[in-house]
Every structure is written in structure tokens, then in C-alpha cells.
Design a protein around this ligand. Structure first.
Ligand SMILES: Cc1ncc(COP(=O)(O)O)c(C=O)c1O
Length: 425
């Protein structure tokens, strides 16, 4: 059995009954944990299975339907229990813990995280979130005056702001284009990027999974195409890790930022910046540092005091995530998303602005002649269903994000509420 999983199960031993989800049944023999069967393999439409997972692992507020899981993910119960334990330890043992134990502990956690991400621990730093990771990459990149950066309207606003700030300072110029909302396939997306490249293009910002409409861009294909032309990609995988099948080396992007609090279920406050080893030397630290070797990625991580308990909980959230399996979660999320898109397709007042096949959990829609605020407010005030309005062109859109614990009944209630909204006036 994988070591992290074993440690995780041992930690859970104090009272938490584990489901015999595929892949952890064998754990019972070695840990003595009292397993309680969850019938089925976790097929995307096996409601009985997913209900048991929801009940066993998630403590979800029952007084509203949360379809805004794109903000951050609920920590599974065992992860939350580990986090609580870690908060207490860091508080009780205080400076002795921070000085004597945490350095070794965090080095091991970083190693475990790097193994999970299939890269070397000399190629990652743990940040507070994806925004911090990507700011370090973008502001530290060795741009030369006149370099051009390529981005579009579905990229994340904080990264756009960061590039715009560099442009304002006269460092670079930003070239933007409109990504079609409903591309037919990945090749169409690659061709769009290829056409937008100019002789000055130095960097392409790739938002792996858009926070606006959930579009998944083919990072590996675009990075390979860009690399052939001597262009770098800086990849924002904030929504990719844990939501979709993910292999960091397979992305072929030398600079990747992500977080662990959206789809991995870690407590808020941990992100990762990956930089391919050979590229570290040329990067400039954002936070002042003159003593660390310029080939050492730690030169970019001159942070102050870190959130100990959040970092200490990373092995627990990784273990839980591995136990569930990204393929199983991803297929379930895709199914929930497809269910509402299929159901609303016949409503002429609804416009879905997400390509069903090139997205996973996140998808967005508009109601004709209504603003996104009116639609999201109606859903929340009249039906206790939380979604969120996103800026997108003149009309905007409403983003809908289920999670692993979301039931198909909740999706049906959402569909009924949208249908009611479009027929009321
Ligand atoms: C595409 C994308 N990138 C980056 C971020 C920022 O993530 P973080 O909260 O970890 O800084 C978000 C957050 O919603 C996002 O959706």
C-alpha cells in the first residue's frame, strides 16, 4: 500500500469509519480500521454510491444548495479533523514546534507534494495560493522591453491584471483576443493561439480551466506548438488539479501555478509554483533575496511566517484525493454538469456558454434579457441555490459548479428553478 495512504488511514483510526471505496479495501487488513461497505464502483450516475460518499465524508450545510464550489472546495471530514489537530499542535507547541519540528516536516511534505505532482521537489515552492504562485512567475520572468504576451477574455482576471501592471510599467505589451465560447474541439483552440502569435510574442498565458465558463484548453498541445517557436507558456492550473486528470510534466509548460484548496480539499492557504529546473536561474525573485543560490527555487520563496497547520494538512488532503481517484471524481463532475446542460438545452430562453465536451465541473449560462445578477439573485433568494455571476462580454454569465457531494436531485432542483425563472415574466 502506498505509504501516504497508510499514514492517512492510521490517522483516521480514531473513530472515523472508512468506506470500502475501491482501492482502500486492502487498507483494512493492515490498519484494523472498521470498514463500512459502500456498494458500487462509483460510476458517474450511481446515485446510491455518491450519496454514501457525501454522507460519510462531507459535512455540508443543508439549508442551501451550493453550486458555487468553484470558489473553494469543502474539506472532507477526515481532512478537516487532521487540520483541527494540526492547528492545536502548532498553537500548543508554538515556537518549539516551528523551530525544531516544522522545518523537517515541511521538507518532507514538499517532497510528498512533488512526488504527487510527478516533479522534483527542487522544482516547486509552496505558496499561499495560485495568485501568489503566478505573480511570482509572471513578475519574475526575464522579459525584455518590447516582449509581447498573449491572453484572452476567459483568462483569470488577477493574471491579466499582473500582465497589465507590467505593461503599465513599460516592460511588455499585452495582446488580447476573444476566445470563442464554444470551440468545437481542441485543435480549433490550438489553431486560434497559433494565428494570434506575432514575431514579438514571448509568453502565452494559459488558463488551463477557465473560471468563467470552464473551458479546458489543451495545454500540452499549445505549449508544444509555442515551444517550437521559442515561446514560453505560463500555465494557470488553479482549477485543473483535482478536477481533471492532471500530469504536470505532461503539460510541457515550464511555469505552472496552482492551488490545493479548490479541487484537492486542502484547507485554504496552500498553492504551488512549479518551474522547470533549467529555467530557475533566469527568474528574478519577487520577494527580496540575495543569499540563496540563483539556481535554487527557494530564492523565490522568501515568505514570512507560513500557515503551519495548512501545510501540515497537505498529506491528508492528498491521501483523501488519491483514495477517491481523480478519474472517478472527474467523471462524476462531468456527468452532473452534462445533466443540467442537457436539461436546459430545450429552453429557448437559456443560452449555455460552455462547450459540454471540453469542460468538466464548471459550466455557465445566460438567461435571455436578464442580467447575470438578476438570474443569480433569483436562484438564491427564491430557491436557496447559490451560483455566481461572472463578467463575460456585455451580457455576463452565471457560473454553476457542482462538487463530488452534489446530488442529482440538487441538479434537478436547479434546472426546475431556471425553468421557473424563464417562464415567470
Ligand atoms: C483560473 C483561476 N486562476 C487563479 C485563481 C486564483 O486562485 P487562488 O485563490 O488560489 O489565488 C482562480 C480562483 O478562482 C481561478 O479561477
Amino acid at each position: 500500500m502506498d505509504k501516504s495512504r497508510k499514514e492517512f488511514l492510521i490517522q483516521l483510526g480514531s473513530g472515523l469509519a472508512l468506506a470500502s471505496l475501491p482501492g482502500i479495501a486492502a487498507a483494512a487488513d493492515t490498519t484494523g480500521i472498521d470498514l463500512e461497505a459502500v456498494a458500487g464502483e462509483g460510476a458517474p450516475d450511481d446515485e446510491k454510491y455518491w450519496k454514501q460518499v457525501a454522507r460519510k465524508y462531507y459535512d455540508v450545510s443543508g439549508d442551501y444548495i451550493n453550486l458555487e464550489n468553484g470558489y473553494y472546495g469543502i474539506q472532507p471530514k477526515p481532512v478537516l479533523a487532521a487540520f483541527e489537530k494540526n492547528i492545536i499542535q502548532a498553537n500548543r507547541d508554538a515556537a518549539r514546534f516551528a523551530r525544531k519540528e516544522f522545518p523537517g516536516l515541511s521538507a518532507n511534505i514538499k517532497k510528498e507534494l512533488a512526488t504527487f505532482l510527478e516533479v522534483s521537489d527542487e522544482e516547486i515552492i509552496i505558496t499561499r495560493n495560485a495568485t501568489e504562485a503566478l505573480n511570482i512567475a509572471i513578475q519574475g520572468y526575464p522579459f525584455k522591453t518590447g516582449d509581447e504576451v498573449l491572453l484572452h477574455q476567459l483568462d483569470y482576471f488577477s493574471m491579466i491584471e499582473c500582465f497589465r501592471m507590467l505593461e503599465k510599467r513599460g516592460k511588455i505589451s499585452v495582446k488580447t483576443f476573444d476566445m470563442p465560447l464554444l470551440p468545437v474541439n481542441e485543435d480549433e483552440i490550438v489553431e486560434i493561439y497559433r494565428k494570434m502569435i506575432t514575431p514579438k510574442t514571448k509568453v502565452i498565458l494559459l488558463t488551463h480551466v477557465s473560471n468563467i465558463n470552464g473551458l479546458i484548453v489543451p495545454v500540452a498541445k499549445i505549449s508544444a506548438m509555442a515551444k517550437e517557436k521559442g515561446i514560453d507558456t505560463i500555465t494557470d492550473s488553479a482549477h485543473a488539479l483535482g478536477q481533471v486528470k492532471f500530469s504536470l510534466p505532461a503539460l510541457g509548460s515550464d511555469f505552472v501555478g496552482l492551488n490545493l484548496h479548490k479541487w484537492i480539499g486542502n484547507p485554504i492557504g496552500a498553492g504551488v509554483l512549479y518551474i522547470r529546473k533549467e529555467r530557475i536561474k533566469e527568474m528574478n525573485p519577487l520577494m527580496g533575496d540575495v543569499n540563496t543560490a540563483d539556481t535554487n527555487i527557494s530564492k523565490l520563496a522568501h515568505f514570512g511566517t507560513t500557515p503551519f497547520a495548512v501545510i501540515m494538512t497537505i498529506p491528508d488532503s492528498l491521501a483523501f484525493h488519491k483514495m477517491m481517484g481523480v478519474e472517478r471524481i472527474s467523471a462524476r463532475l462531468h456527468y452532473l454538469k452534462s445533466s443540467w446542460i442537457d436539461a436546459l438545452q430545450s429552453n429557448p430562453a437559456v443560452e449555455v456558454v460552455t462547450p459540454k465536451a471540453i469542460s468538466c465541473a464548471i459550466a455557465s449560462f445566460r438567461v435571455k434579457n436578464k442580467t447575470n445578477t438578476e438570474t443569480a439573485d433569483y436562484l438564491f433568494k427564491q430557491h436557496n441555490i447559490l451560483t455566481v455571476g461572472r463578467a463575460l462580454g456585455k451580457e455576463g454569465c452565471v457560473r454553476v459548479t457542482p462538487a463530488a457531494y452534489t446530488s442529482i436531485e440538487d441538479i434537478r432542483k436547479f434546472v426546475a428553478a431556471v425553468n421557473a425563472f424563464t417562464t415567470q415574466s
